[in-house]
Design a protein around this ligand. Structure first.
Ligand code: ADP
Length: 680
């Protein structure tokens, strides 16, 4: 065999081997046993070339596609090259809408700088950061992005996404729980959460402190034995609360284990979660012990003040009574002097002075007495349908002496027809009298006083105007307060206690009216305006019967005067004697009864505060006897409070009159009694 043949045989053998190798490779490739081919050239002059076979990627693609985390491959600009199914779900978008688009459009704008930095850093090494993803439906989702460079093929990054929403939810829950715990630790009120059967599930620190034990898993009512504040000793019934009914502001008491009682405000309401399920009941107990103690203290002080106020009223009433006693005989003396013409002009003048001063004194005493009635609201009105003009005129007349004394010009204007109002004419006259009296008092001699009555907007309006010293603006509202005096520095000769206007306001108010003061300032005069409701808008009709039934003095009567003030009794007896009546006197209760039994008077004028037996006892005794059926009993006293009048009436008096009683009034008393009458 030649060399050439041998070489050809070797080459053939080599080719056969390589063919077998190629056939084996194709079989392996077809059998799926090969992932990649590495082709290197025989001389090793070129680096080997690697060909990855498509079928070899499949498991990896499946792996990536089905993995739990979302992932994607991006270009270094963020354009999505590939993504897995989880990534589609995360964005809630179809893969077609994601691929080829920059991922930036799905990142919440505030997170964009972080994302850009991630892409940059990820090219160098693994980088991760939290950003907020915006889903197709707009929902925002917290995620962690892990980025690392793709080392093969394209220049880009591989993105691994971790959905943080569940983690965040847990964190929030934990934070909520911590907050709830902190609230329960720190809240000042006792807060107790129970299940629907009333077993304590949670309790605040204050609740632990209040009950002095650990209330958890015990029955609420066993640990907190609450009693109703409005019914001490009665346990609070919480059945309705366990049924889910809310309860607000129930005041309860709780005896703490240490023995100290706590006053609490209980509130309860169902604990309902988002789905509407009722998990239990939340109860709050607010400690109001110190509030209650403060209230009790206030109440105690108020009642102390009331007691002081009552004592003051009693004192004023008593003082007025004591001041009236001496006034009564003085007035009687004056009446006697008036009946006997005095020749001496000086004596006449003195008598006039005394008369005026007694009137002034009587007014002061009356005011003093009224103040206690103002304070206790015990002014009783004798309401009737009256012509306001007539009452106003009567008020002006009572102040006439004060007006005349200072030589003021007084003008009165009123509509020609009657102005009907529902009112107590005596009290209205008193109101106008006070206002005109003040106008006279606070106006220099020779001033002008105007009283005008008119109807305005369905109301009767009385204006009392003067040209006097006026009232500063800031005092206009205050002048109606009790004991307020603007011109304290004035000469006190006019007298006054700062009661008149308070009385005016009170009287007008209880008539349903208003009074206000106007003045342009000091020296510019004042105006007081009284407004009263008209008689239901109706302007005509008969006037109500007058309460004061004046009766002409009849024939001589037997009169018994019982008064421990001898002067008063004697003078009254003398006065009645001069009017032609037979009079006897007695100075105490028992001798009054004895004299009455012997004398059988037709009229008894009886003081109340008598030695041994008071006036109430005397009249009760005498009226029980048939021989006094025709006798008229009149209480003549210094006590003018409502309760005094009521007591007189209840004891059997036919009238209750306040001393001093003028002659004119006395004359009206001298008549037989009428059934059921009671005059004050
Ligand atoms: P007083 O007994 O002091 O007159 P009043 O309550 O009647 O008490 O009046 C309160 C105060 O209002 C008076 O002290 C006086 O300063 C002021 N006042 C009342 N009426 C007038 C008026 N017509 N002009 C000026 N001041 C007045």
């Amino acid at each position: 065999m030649s060399d050439a043949l041998a070489a050809a045989q070797r080459e053939l053998e080599e080719l056969r081997l390589r063919l077998a190798e190629a056939q084996e490779t194709i079989r392996a490739i077809q059998g799926g046993e090969i992932d990649a081919l590495v082709i290197s050239d025989a001389e090793d002059s070129e680096p080997p070339r690697v060909f990855t076979l498509d079928a070899a990627d499949k498991p990896y693609r499946l792996l990536v596609d089905q993995m739990h985390h979302a992932s994607a491959a991006l270009t270094i600009d963020g354009v999505v090259l590939a993504c897995n199914t989880q990534f589609e779900r995360l964005l809630r978008r179809e893969r077609q809408a994601i691929l080829g688009q920059p991922l930036q459009q799905h990142i919440d704008p505030p997170g964009l700088p972080v994302f850009e930095a991630l892409l940059r850093d990820g090219l160098a090494a693994l980088a991760e950061s939290e950003v907020m993803l915006r889903r197709a439906d707009g929902e925002r989702l917290p995620i962690v992005l892990g980025v690392r460079a793709l080392h093969e093929g394209v220049a880009g990054v591989c993105l691994l996404v971790v959905d943080l929403s569940e983690q965040k939810r847990r964190e929030r829950l934990i934070a909520d729980e911590a907050t709830a715990r902190a609230i329960l630790e720190q809240v000042a009120d006792a807060v107790v959460v129970c299940d629907n059967e009333g077993t304590v599930l949670r309790a605040s620190r204050a609740a632990h402190d209040l009950c002095g034990t650990n209330p958890l898993f015990q029955r609420f009512e066993r640990v907190f034995a609450l009693a109703r504040h409005d019914a001490p000793g009665t346990r609070v019934d919480l059945d309705a609360v366990w049924r889910g009914e809310p309860l607000r502001g129930l005041e309860v008491s709780f005896d703490r284990p240490g023995g100290k009682r706590a006053e609490l405000m209980l509130g309860a309401g169902p604990l309902v979660v988002a789905g509407g399920e009722r998990l239990g009941v939340v109860i709050t107990l607010t400690d109001i012990t110190s509030l209650r103690e403060a209230e009790d203290e206030l109440r105690r002080r108020a009642s102390e003040l009331q007691a002081v106020d009552r004592r003051k009223d009693e004192f004023l009433a008593m003082l007025a009574h004591e001041l009236r006693n001496p006034l009564s005989p003085i007035q009687s003396s004056l009446e006697i002097m008036n009946l006997q013409a005095l020749d001496d002009p000086l004596a006449n003048q003195c008598r006039d002075v005394i008369e005026r001063q007694v009137q002034q004194l009587t007014r002061l005493v009356d005011d003093l007495l009224e103040v206690s009635r103002i304070n206790t609201g015990k002014i009783q009105l004798q309401m009737a349908r009256i012509d306001l003009g007539a009452a106003v005129l009567r008020g002006i007349e009572t102040s006439r002496p004060a007006v005349d004394a200072k030589r003021h010009r007084l003008q009165f204007a009123c509509p020609p027809e009657p102005v009907w109002v529902r009112a107590d004419s005596t009290r209205i006259a008193q109101v106008i009298g006070n206002l005109v009296n003040n106008a006279a008092k606070y106006t220099e001699i020779g001033g002008d006083i105007g009283v005008r009555l008119e109807c305005e907007g369905g109301r009767a309006v009385v204006r009392v105007r003067d040209s006097g010293i006026g009232i500063p603006q800031e005092m206009l509202a205050e002048v109606f307060d009790l004991f307020t005096q603007v011109h304290r520095s004035l000469d006190r000769s006019q007298g006054g206690l700062g009661i008149g206007l308070a009385l005016v306001k009170r009287l007008v108010t209880i008539h349903g009216g208003q009074v206000e003061a106007h003045s342009d300032g000091p020296g510019l005069g004042s105006e007081f305006v009284v407004r009263l409701p008209l008689w239901d808008g109706e302007r005509v009709g008969p006037e109500a019967p007058r309460v004061d039934k004046a009766a002409a003095a009849g024939p001589s009567l037997r009169v018994l005067v019982i008064d421990d003030n001898r002067d008063a009794a004697e003078l009254l007896a003398a006065l009645l004697g001069m009017l032609g009546h037979k009079v006897q006197t007695a100075a105490d209760g028992p001798s009054g009864i004895a004299t009455a039994l012997a004398f059988v008077p037709q009229l008894v004028l009886c003081d109340i505060g008598l030695p041994l037996l008071d006036g109430y006892g005397v009249v009760a005794d005498l009226r029980a006897r048939p021989e006094f059926a025709e006798t008229r009993f009149i209480a003549l006293t210094g006590y003018g409070r409502t309760e005094d009048r009521q007591r007189s009436q209840a004891s059997g008096f036919h009238a209750h009159l306040i001393k001093p009683v003028g002659l004119a009034k006395l004359k009206t008393l001298l008549r037989p009694p009428q059934a059921g009458e009671f005059e004050t």
